[in-house]
Design a protein. Structure first.
Length: 395
């Protein structure tokens, strides 16, 4: 079915599932370890998906702020609900300031094509490695259910990953049986005999939600521990990288007329301020997520509208059991989604042919792999690129 420029079909819905590999593990970690409200988290994920799909009319992804999420999960004793709230407020305010002042466009000039391609290549490799880790993990499911599941002494998860990988390769171009939809559904069904829904007590309605007010100490903790380390990565990947990826995948005509660094910066800023008031998970877009949605069939904002409505329904209707439902997706399935998302993103480097540009791109990708820190990688890339230009060095 098509309504205006929005398409609602199996391919669009399958594409909307393509980025679950990053969204689900981090969000569940924040809910279970840091105590965020399940309904607050997924309500804002759903609303941001809906707003992005309606405004851009493209499958623009919604992701957790990865660095913020990783630090919060690693140090729960320091990252309380008020600190998460402060992070959303400060981060959102900074992005709105960048958008209104035009500073985001000035910063974008530092990100030349080889630097952006290097960021995309490095992130693509990181996603592929993370995907392989998920596939090779002996644990089948999150939340401990079925973590030692095996058949004949062989862990089920890697076997499922291999089967899912073959299935995706066979269905990658199919519109009748979209790959992501098939492997997610099959993974959930396979997980049930191994205890994915064990102990589930059905209850309806949202989990507890409310406004959270941070104090001055919370603001300082958020600023120095979470916001400042995250900003460079967000500018490079979630804003500039997503703009570039959208124009590469969908062209530079009418379809992407609303895509810009300023619009992404303002949209993420406003959303994070609103989510921050409820201590929900800080959110962003991302080049990798866009590549994932595209790889698995999403081509219009209809994809966002469908997944957005699904998350809003889960948040408000099944808040009490939402963790158990989302944890029923096996690690191997999430890993396969990540693997193909990384491949799609890494392949964007194919439009670079000059040795000097390739040198910068691979340098950034290599540093990002070695450090797993995209901020360090692209700062080094900018410095080396400027040095080569200044000294007139040819590679």
């Amino acid at each position: 079915m098509q309504i205006g420029s929005y398409r609602f079909d199996r391919s669009e819905f399958a594409g909307s599932l393509g980025d679950l590999g990053t969204l689900i593990p981090l969000s569940i970690g924040l809910v279970t370890i840091n105590g965020l409200s399940f309904s607050s988290v997924f309500l804002w994920v759903g609303l941001f998906y809906l707003l992005s799909g309606v405004y851009y009319k493209l499958p623009i992804p919604v992701q957790p702020l990865k660095l913020v999420s990783a630090i919060a999960i690693a140090f729960p004793e320091k990252i309380s609900l008020p600190v998460i709230s402060a992070t959303g407020l400060l981060f959102g305010g900074a992005l709105i300031l960048l958008a209104f002042t035009g500073l985001i466009d000035w910063l974008a000039r530092l990100f030349t094509k080889p630097i952006v391609r290097g960021i995309q290549l490095g992130l693509g490799f990181i996603l592929m490695i993370k995907g392989i880790d998920f596939i090779s993990s002996p644990e089948l499911l999150m939340q401990g259910a079925g973590d030692t599941a095996s058949l004949g002494g062989i862990p089920v998860n890697p076997l499922l990953g291999l089967a899912a990988l073959i299935l995706v390769l066979c269905l990658i171009a199919s519109r009748r049986f979209p790959a992501a939809l098939v492997v997610v559904a099959a993974g959930i069904v396979i997980g049930i005999p191994f205890g994915s829904l064990r102990g589930l007590e059905w209850s309806f309605g949202p989990s507890t939600m409310g406004l959270v007010t941070p104090d001055v100490d919370d603001l300082f903790t958020a600023l120095f521990l979470l916001v400042l380390p995250q900003l460079p990565l967000t500018i490079g990947n979630a804003i500039i990288g997503t703009t570039d990826t959208a124009r590469n995948l969908f062209g530079t005509g009418k379809q992407t007329e609303r895509v810009s660094n300023r619009s992404f910066s303002f949209g993420m800023g406003l959303t994070n301020i609103c989510a921050g008031l409820m201590a929900a998970m800080p959110l962003c877009h991302g080049a990798g997520g866009l590549a994932a949605h595209y790889r698995f069939g999403a081509r219009t904002g209809g994809s966002n509208i469908m997944i957005g409505l699904l998350f809003v329904l889960i948040a408000l209707g099944f808040g009490g059991i939402g963790i158990a439902l989302l944890s029923a997706i096996p690690y191997a399935v999430l890993g396969v989604l990540l693997l193909f998302a990384g491949l799609e993103l890494a392949l964007l480097i194919r439009d670079i042919t000059e040795r000097q540009e390739l040198f910068i791109a691979f340098l950034i990708a290599g540093i990002s792999l070695a450090t797993t820190n995209m901020s360090i990688a692209f700062v080094c890339g900018i410095i080396v690129s400027r040095l080569l230009q200044w000294r007139g060095i040819k590679i």
